[in-house]
Design a protein around this ligand. Sequence first.
Ligand code: ARG
Length: 459
Amino acid sequence: MKLWAGRFAKETDSRANSFNTSLPFDRRMFAQDIEASAAHAEMLAATGVISSDDAKKILSGLEGILRDITEGKLTLDNDAEDIHMFIEAELTARIGDAGKRLHTARSRNDQVAADLRLYLRDETDSLKALIKELCGTLISKAGEHKETIMPGYTHLQRAQPVTFGHHLMAYVSMFLRDIERLDECRGRINVMPLGSCALAGTTYPIDRQLTGERLKFGSVCANSLDGVSDRDFCIELAACVSIAMMHLSRLSEEIILWSSWEFKFVELDDAFSTGSSIMPQKKNADIAELVRGKTGRVYGDLMALLTVMKGLPLAYNKDMQEDKEAVFDAVDTLRDCLTAFIPMLETMTVLCENMRNAAARGFINATDLADYLVKKGVAFRDAYKVCGELVALCVRDGIILEEIPIETLKEHCGAFEKDVYGAISLESCVNARNSEGGTSPLSVARQIQLAKNALEETK
Ligand code: ARG
């Protein structure tokens, strides 16, 4: 029997009921629903809307329900329309009359919005903690590889030598921004809609500030219509999660490339790779590929949320029940990805020799050769032209810049001297890029320190 059965002459058709119910996916908010109900009941008693005796019964009834669900003694009945109806009905079954007073000055519309905000507030905190952990892993790997030289790429063509530590610290910058974004998003999630009631507020002398404080909300929403129909916080969280997934996907793509035979810059631990059922030589970076693939799914969640909301008139519409699966999926997916990705990264072996060998071919010190001439007084455009000719010469003869004899260099430009070979060694190229944020080992050490400070500052 539905709680709203009075108005109806018939029972809900079972097909309508199973289509309508949100219990299969909103059951995960049972603890938040109970917590919000307890705060609401306390406020109702404090303002004299219900007796303190009734409030006591409600609180102990809710406590019992929470305990029984947590201990697996009470199973959630999939016939109920949603978690809110289930818990209220269960409460009334347990404590009788007092249970029927809980829904005074409340509606499922403000209730669901409050539960969802409480739930996502916690999820945001746990995602932040996981991303912090990822940053920690990246930073410690970057520390080990401050001096490991690899080719830096533009257009996926070898461009200039960089240190592997520098490359990893680029991702730390991205993930630190993700933490910052989640933190700001949390501020907008943490606004209390309770007291908006169905849509227009209530005639009861409620104290929203009191409920808000009890639930540790940062503020209460200013407008009841907005309070029950705002789902920006879900969309914003899905957007933050999408951006974090995009970053994780880029790093995954690099790890996939790096672990191919063509690159062989890294080797994934056997515990974090998979084989092929037919090709015995294969070792696949499935975790990284799945992370890349799941990024598409999270973008889908974001699009679903945006699309559900775009045409809805104020205030609550049942369409909004569709918010949960999408935002839960986005959050779950990022959590699952990080949970597998972090140890995969931790256990990944870096093949420094191969990185260095790749950096040694491909003329990635050509810019440094030109810079050498500029420092000897040659104009950059002239130096650039000379170096271009020298690269062409190397390509023709199958050698690298360091192998051109000094006589040949001098024929192309009189400014060359023997010290050129030291100036264009990969170590010199990397050490010299000591500008703020640059790739030199010293600069990477500074970046690591800044990132550690930033991590410490995040709550
Ligand atoms: N299960 C609903 C949801 O997830 C709860 C709110 C229902 N409100 C209503 N007036 N039907 O959105």
